[in-house]
Ligand binder design. Structure first.
Ligand code: NAP
Length: 314
């Protein structure tokens, strides 16, 4: 007997947004340690289009066809063998190793946490990717301390919005860059100073910061080196920083790749506590239907916007 079908987006070969194919495929079955989730919303990360284009082949090779999507929110419909602490009907959010651009997914239960009731599914689907990366860059690689002056480049993006708030929670003085359209929004996240990168060269208004967190990359990296104090730290997540130039200027630089070393089952509930105490607000960017996934990827590839783009699936 064949399994019931579901709608999913699959990629059959590396290439542009046209490689995102809307298909009917068999629903997966939960294996040991997994739960079977009806997907309500999936986050659209820049990583998704970078993988689709084949830019991540060296680090994250894909077997075709694959379903994209690394963050999910939905409702558990069934429990696989060996799972405890979760039940059918429970609303959850978190990461996936399988691909969230689908009506249903099987996920290792250790990658999920209970969705806070105060968040919509779309909001919950934006948390995992950004927060895990910001946490690693700021606290594990950057060792950010209370009172330090931190510049965040790309503060309006899916990672940046969480980085601003996590840094404020830690007690840092946060300076953030964004375009004109996002100035008031980034201020509302708690940034102490917001600089419009479209009108103001950052090097004219900022100097001697302790750390730069760069979520833009490319030409901003030169600005980062210029505004750091001697001995300061540049943590880039977008593109590798110029290590030799950093050394010549007497600052540390590193490319922070991947997510926090804390297990998701530890970090996700911690993030939920920060949300419930009002330290962390989540920001949904544009919302698309599953069938509009190509448009969602085109927008993500533009490199501009506010918060995390989401596919609303159920
Ligand atoms: N190393 C890792 O493990 C890792 C993990 C996750 C993400 N990343 C990378 O980190 C980058 C950011 O990810 P994301 O999810 O936050 O991307 P995103 O949601 O697409 O956001 C990009 C943001 O950058 C802002 N921006 C563009 N040009 C800017 C500039 N010159 N100065 C200041 N801000 C600028 C845009 O704001 P405006 O609209 O206001 O311009 C936009 O909000 C991506 O390249 C992504 O691939 C790396």
């Amino acid at each position: 007997m064949t399994e019931p079908l579901m709608q999913a987006i699959r990629v059959h070969s590396y290439g542009g947004p046209e490689q995102l194919k809307f298909e009917w495929i068999e629903r997966p079955q939960p294996q040991t340690g997994e739960v079977f989730v009806r997907v309500y919303a999936a986050g659209v990360n820049p990583l998704d289009w970078k993988i689709r284009q084949g830019l991540m082949q060296e680090y994250m090779p894909k077997a075709f066809p694959y379903i994209p999507g690394v963050e999910v929110a939905g409702v558990i419909e069934a429990i696989g063998p060996g799972v405890s602490g979760f039940a059918p009907g429970q609303a959850v959010f978190g990461g996936t190793e399988r691909g969230a651009y689908a009506e249903y997914i099987t996920v290792n239960a250790s990658l999920l946490a209970t969705k806070p009731e105060t968040l919509t599914f779309a909001e919950a689907a934006t948390i995992k990717g950004g927060a895990m990366v910001a946490w690693r860059a700021l606290f594990e690689h950057g060792e950010l301390q209370a009172g330090q002056h931190l510049l965040i480049q790309g503060a309006a993006g899916g990672v940046g919005v969480l980085a601003v708030q996590l840094a404020k929670w830690k007690g840092a003085h946060v300076i953030a860059t964004t375009s004109t359209a996002n100035l008031a929004f980034v201020r509302s996240l708690g940034a102490d100073q917001v600089v419009d990168y479209t009108t103001t060269p950052i090097t004219q208004v900022i100097k001697e910061v302790d750390m730069v967190f760069d979520a833009v990359g490319g030409k901003t990296l030169q600005e980062d080196l210029a505004v750091l104090k001697p001995g300061g730290r540049l943590i880039s997540i977008a593109t590798p920083p110029p290590m030799e130039q950093a050394a010549e200027r007497g600052v540390q630089a590193m490319f922070s790749r991947g997510e926090s070393s804390l297990p998701l089952e530890t970090l996700l509930p911690q993030l939920v506590r920060l949300i419930e105490k009002g330290h962390l607000k989540v920001t949904v960017g544009k919302i698309f239907a599953l069938s509009e996934v190509q448009k969602a990827h085109e927008l993500s590839q533009s490199g501009h916007g506010r918060g995390r783009i989401v596919l609303q699936i159920a």
